[in-house]
Design a protein around this ligand. Sequence first.
Ligand code: PEP
Ligand code: MG
Length: 844
Amino acid sequence: MQKLQDLAGQTEITPSSGIETVRHGWRAKCLQRLIRMELPVPKTVALPVEAVRAIAAGTPPDTRKLAGHFGPTPLMAVRSSPANPDWGGPNTVLNVGMNGERHAELAASHGAAHADAVYLAFVQSYAINVARLDPDMFSDEPSPTALAAALAAYEAEMDEEFPQSAAQQLSEVLRSMARAWEGTTARLLRQAKGAPADAALGLLVQEMVQMVGPGLAGFGTIQLVDAVTGAPQVTGRFRGQKPADRKAEETLYLVRDKRGASLEETRPEIFADLQRQCAAARAKLREEMQIEFALENGALKIIDAVKVARSSRAAVRIAVGLARDGIISREEALLRVQPRALSELLHYQVDPRVERDRLARGIAASPGAASGRIVFTAADAQTAASQGEACILVRRETAPEDIRGMHAAVAVLTERGGITSHAAVIARGLGLPCIVGASDLKLNLRDKTIVTPDGRTLREGDKITVDGTSGEVLAGEAAMLEPALDEYFTTLLHWADNVRDIGVRANADTPDDARTARMFEAEGIGLCRTEHMFFDEDRLTVMREMIFADTAKDRKVALDRLLPMQRADFIALFDIMAGLPVCIRLFDPPLHEFLPQDREGMRELAEALDKPLSDVTRRVEALSEFNPMLGMRGVRLGVTVPEIYEMQARAIFEATVEARRRGAEVVPEVMIPLVSAMREVELVKNRIDAVAAAVRNELKCDFDFKLGVMVETPRAALRAGDIAEHAAFLSFGTNDLTQMTYGLSRDDAGRFMSTYVNQGVFAEDPFHVLDADGVGELLLIGCERARGARADLTLSVCGEHGGNPESIAFCRKAGVDYVSCSPFRVPVARLAAAHLALTEPKSL
Ligand code: PEP
Ligand code: MG
């Protein structure tokens, strides 16, 4: 026998060969464990990652020697073996080595039909996966002439005969698999699953088992859990091969089935054996395994064992189950679930009780439902997302360059494509609701419209709902049901809470948000953006009266009307949060955001306020700014129009007293936005302290509160030492801090962000993943100076980065006490924080 160690590092897997997961991949290691368990695994040779890299770069191994290791007329399967099974990998190619000679041998021993079927399957899989020919060239129906037709089609398309040399076939298969791994789509998909940029692939060449013979023969898979729910259930399939000595194909189901005989009933001893082996593999490999097996003349062969492919929901249940059975530790269970995968469990579903206004139907390609405005290009999706607008990306079909737009969208809808189309595969990978193949919609990309089968025309910006669970496109914003979160999800996150060393709060502006935050067990509200409370119809008018007031007295009249509304808002939040901390940010946006932008709106406003139109237009013009995001907003308003903050502070304190009367120990946190100088804080603090004293006095009730500052201008980060002297806490608003550090508008960056990322100017969109080098340095300086001035200060991050695992890692090392993110990202943040506590030291 050849010594395989001589073949450029290739290694036959035996109980004692040096197989390492990092070098040979997870599947190779797994097969070695099965071999060590003395399971009947066919001969397998592992090609290490360096050999596969060399193949991709154009240096193939000596495939003549390699194929020769499997006999003079070898038949081989080639399988991928990445270091982590979650990273995907090219599909297995079976029956490499099949050629005319082998076909004749097989026809003589097992009949022409069997030989034809094996050869045809190989020609098709080789043509599609290796030669990259169009799958439509081949008919799906097996027929006596199909093999000859497939060989002829191959020859016509490639201008050469179907390769007959096993070594040549093997060489080409290895090359195409090595190259597929390097492709952009494969790379982005695995990176979304946490693979490093330089993740490598190992490959395995395995002897094919001949699943034919006089006794029971066939091929199947078995697993002990349901792949969607993770619940215990033996599932799998079995395909009997036509025995050489019998006419009919033996159809056997794996488990008892109404439709016909099963392996479970007819061969209970084999079935029991399989179950035993599956359970043993679970215990030994410490993972829920799907075993791929073959029966050859009634004898069992274990060809492969792979981690059971699973939905995110099943992943959680399986991890919790393994830990409860003592097979893995709780910590390991936590590490088995990718934080990002949790977001898939949190999907909204369209409420089945409401009537559906269906626009079209397509293929349900990725579950969950989402509503948003229609956009037709990936760039527009990114622009919409950067403005905080939920959008649905509608394309004829998607291509790899759309992936960042898909990231930015809340759902994807395509006119073409099937369940394995680019859009479908990527959307599932990203956990985005997706419908593909909605072919009864007529897309007109030039004038950006969609015509529905019943003749309605939808335009860019119109709201629709994509129900990726049912495949229905609905008009408008459908009522949604919140996701059901099961016991396993809750258990896993409680385990996460026990190990993590950084807090997680939610950004919540409304009672609904607050309830979601509670449902996801956020430790409080880290940011309540109060301005959102003023956009209701009735409040907007009063707000506008306040803005239009000519004197402080008139302004007070309007603010006095807003006060009870604000107080009610805060009472509601305090009630829902039941004593958990609530951090309320004082008014932040420029006032002009509350004014109408067009003439018609101004006319209506003039009418409502009983003022001449010219007054309204003059005031709107006076408030308009060249650069509103850097203008009169945040604390600058607090200093120049102090009555607004005073009203808000009073509403907060009166609500506190009310909540305390109802029995909740509320200590509100009041936060000042957009600070850049210590004096701003001093001025606002004095006024707020005075309001607190007045409320205590008027209501004869004592209460505490905390005053804090948002660090979202670079100067505030640099001067965090002085600012900390007047603050009980600092919260980094990394959205504005990123905007101002880069001098890059949050609302406009989407237009060119993809170009910047594609050309490597930025490694990632810095509004999505915290820029550790620049913004991160300011954050570090801010933390250090603030803590230097006041060691007991609470530090947090409340920008969008608070829900991003990489950014959480940075914040934690910077010494931040908690992160705060949108409610739906809270579970992801809790698990990500637990991963960090388990895998990374806390300080920089
Ligand atoms: C921030 O700037 O990071 C922040 C949280 O505030 P907003 O997004 O409301 O500007
Ligand atoms: Mg901000």
